[in-house]
Design a protein around this ligand. Structure first.
Ligand SMILES: CC(C)(COP(=O)(O)OP(=O)(O)OC[C@H]1O[C@@H](n2cnc3c(N)ncnc32)[C@H](O)[C@@H]1OP(=O)(O)O)[C@@H](O)C(=O)NCCC(=O)NCCS
Length: 163
């Protein structure tokens, strides 16, 4: 489902619109959204991004232009989540604050990575498959592992067209 509240740019490609869950978000021109993707209200996807199947982009996440999101990538927006208040009632939006996350232009996130709330992933960086990103990632740096650690710089040939 694509809710009416979604701000869709031009030439956004969603091959299976009945198999996505998009609401209150913004999707920039030319971006592609795969099946079984959820993008929550307040999330922002830039131009010419690819969000692969089964990924979750929550409120508070901004993807700048040309960002690649692999399959099953999980963003988070609360470091200390709780179901209930101290009084035992189910929490509502009034009971917690969204922590924002930004993925800068041309960065790529490998499949099954988890991105903890509040980090910035730098321009052209690459996050390895299955990584748990707990700290900011420097531009044009490859990180992997849990917690994700820097492996090396992105080769110059891979930086073409990214900046
Ligand atoms: C992180 C990545 C970019 C690293 O590529 P690379 O620099 O060419 O790394 P190498 O293959 O030379 O491996 C170097 C070391 O890192 C390890 N490594 C590679 N990828 C890893 C990952 N995702 N998590 C943990 N360790 C990883 C390798 O096992 C190797 O360790 P070793 O030296 O002890 O044998 C790549 O492996 C990766 O995960 N890409 C994302 C793929 C993906 O999810 N694509 C999505 C669309 S299909």
């Amino acid at each position: 489902m694509i809710a009416e509240s979604v701000e869709l740019g031009t030439d956004v490609f969603i091959p299976q619109p009945q198999l996505v869950n998009l609401y209150g978000c913004r999707i920039g021109d030319g971006s592609k959204i795969g099946a079984f993707v959820e993008i929550q209200k307040g999330a922002s996807i830039g131009r010419n991004c690819k969000v692969s199947s089964h990924s979750f982009v929550c409120e508070g996440v901004t993807l700048e232009d040309g960002v690649f999101i692999g399959h099953g990538v999980m963003f988070t927006n609360d470091l200390y989540p709780r179901a209930t208040t101290d009084g035992g009632a189910l929490q509502t939006e009034a009971d917690w604050q969204v922590v924002e996350t930004r993925v800068k232009s041309g960065a790529s996130i490998g499949s099954n990575a988890t991105i903890l709330a509040g980090v910035t992933i730098g321009e052209g960086a690459i996050v390895g498959a299955g990584a748990v990103v707990t700290r900011n990632v420097a531009p044009y740096t490859i990180v992997a592992g849990a917690p994700a650690r820097a492996m090396r710089r992105v080769p110059v040939t891979s930086q073409a067209g990214v900046a």
